[in-house]
Ligand binder design. Structure first.
Ligand SMILES: [Zn+2]
Ligand SMILES: [Zn+2]
Ligand SMILES: [Zn+2]
Length: 89
C-alpha cells in the first residue's frame, strides 16, 4: 500500500495493538492527548503528533523504534518514522 519501500514494516508479521487506550507518558504527567499510536517494537502506546506532547514520535527517535500502528478504532495503518512510510494492514 505505501509508495515507499520500508524494510521495517515488511518485517512486521503480527501487529501489536494498544493494551490500554491511553498514552502511558501522558498518564504519568496528567496531560491529555488527541490520538494514540502503538510502538511495534516494544508495544507501548503513546500520543500522536497532533497531541501537545507528541510522545510517540519522541519515543521513536529516542529509542530507535521505527514503526508505530495507529491505535484508533477502524484505523489500520502502520507508519515508519525513519522512512516516512505508511502501510495499510
Ligand atoms: Zn522503515
Ligand atoms: Zn502522551
Ligand atoms: Zn518502542
Amino acid at each position: 500500500m505505501g509508495d515507499n519501500s520500508c524494510s521495517h514494516i515488511d518485517e512486521i508479521s503480527a501487529v501489536k495493538h494498544a493494551k490500554k487506550r491511553e498514552c502511558e507518558e501522558c498518564v504519568k504527567i496528567g496531560a491529555s492527548w488527541v490520538h494514540l499510536r502503538t510502538c511495534q517494537t516494544c508495544g507501548g502506546t503513546r500520543c500522536c503528533d497532533s497531541s501537545p506532547n507528541k510522545h510517540a514520535s519522541k519515543h521513536a527517535h529516542s529509542s530507535s523504534h521505527p514503526v508505530i500502528a495507529y491505535a484508533e478504532p477502524g484505523e489500520r495503518w502502520l507508519y515508519c518514522f525513519p522512512d516516512d512510510a505508511f502501510a495499510e494492514y
